[in-house]
Design a protein around this ligand. Structure first.
Ligand code: C5P
Length: 286
């Protein structure tokens, strides 16, 4: 018995660090958006154990893997005596600020819940997801959401309509833990979260784009960023910003032609360019 799922990448329309918990984790204020770039995951029931297979040879297939962590926690929390073979076709670049690992973990939790008929509620899945990573709760829900605290407080926001996303992934990867450590050492200028909250409440996508910010842009150096944003602006983007702790820079566009033209030009700066659209879920079952 098996199930196939799509695990969607996310971008941070907004990301502010608002504080630090006693365990070193940071409290966040974010607006997150799922996009159509996805990993494809097939889960196959097995008698015992967790086996990982992946199309990308750079992904570690050990206990540090987010899919492994998600599956282990699923069996631990439900008490189900079972196993799974997890086969992943990797399309979302890693260490990119696109939550590839978190999306895969969310798909594993969603899929195992169905495959084993465990009946875990959305809340229970979210609790387990948060133990795997801060972005997993959002990836379980997906769409357009306001996300707070460690990533576990989630409120849906009016979806981004009729827009197109261009993602540009410079070659190097960024360590999220290092980016947070660097942020701790920096005097950060913060975006206007009250206005962003108001924009989320009124559902004005124009205002969401207007007040968007990402504090990691102040601490993570991405040499190509200025040129990427310039090209996006020349093609009438609604917003252009780094996602997560980078290095991916994304633009949202109101017109597909503009997005396509920008993507063509951007390919000359970076090989990793993806033209996609916002989607309304984090995980879907095929
Ligand atoms: O949860 P995730 O796997 O994305 O976190 C990677 C690292 O980023 C954590 O080990 C931690 O150092 C840092 N982090 C943090 N505060 C958060 C999320 C992540 O300090 N809210």
């Amino acid at each position: 018995m098996s199930i196939a799922l799509k695990a969607y990448a996310k971008v941070n329309i907004h990301l502010d660090i608002t504080g630090r918990f006693s365990d070193g984790y940071h409290s966040l204020f974010m607006v997150m958006q799922s996009v159509g770039l996805y990993d494809r995951i097939i889960l196959e029931k097995a008698g015992k154990g967790i086996t990982l297979l992946c199309s990308d040879k750079n992904i570690p297939l050990d206990e540090s893997n987010t899919e492994y962590k998600a599956a282990r926690l699923f069996f631990e929390k439900t008490g189900i005596q079972g196993g799974v073979i997890i086969e992943t076709e990797k399309n979302i670049p890693q260490q990119a600020g696109l939550a590839g690992g978190s999306a895969d973990a969310a798909a594993v939790l969603t899929g195992l819940n169905i495959l084993y008929g465990a009946g875990l509620s959305e809340h229970q899945l979210r609790e387990i997801g948060l133990q795997v990573g801060s972005d997993v709760p959002f990836c379980l829900k997906g769409g357009t959401c306001l996300v707070q605290s460690r990533g576990g407080i989630i409120a849906p926001v009016k979806p981004a309509e009729n827009s197109f996303a261009v993602l540009v992934k410079p070659e190097r990867g960024v360590s999220t833990a290092q980016a947070y450590a660097d942020a701790d050492e920096t005097y950060l200028y913060h975006p206007d979260n009250s206005r962003m909250l108001e924009a989320c409440e009124t559902g004005s996508f124009e205002d969401i784009c207007k007040y968007a910010g990402n504090v990691f842009e102040q601490v993570v150096e991405v040499p190509e960023r200025v040129d990427i944003k310039k090209i996006m602006r020349e093609h009438n983007c609604l917003m252009a910003q780094m996602t997560g702790s980078g290095p991916t820079v994304f633009g949202l566009f109101g017109s597909k032609d503009d997005a396509q033209a920008a993507a063509e030009k951007l390919k000359k700066i970076c090989p990793g360019v993806f033209l996609t659209e916002p989607v309304d879920c984090g995980v879907s079952v095929e």
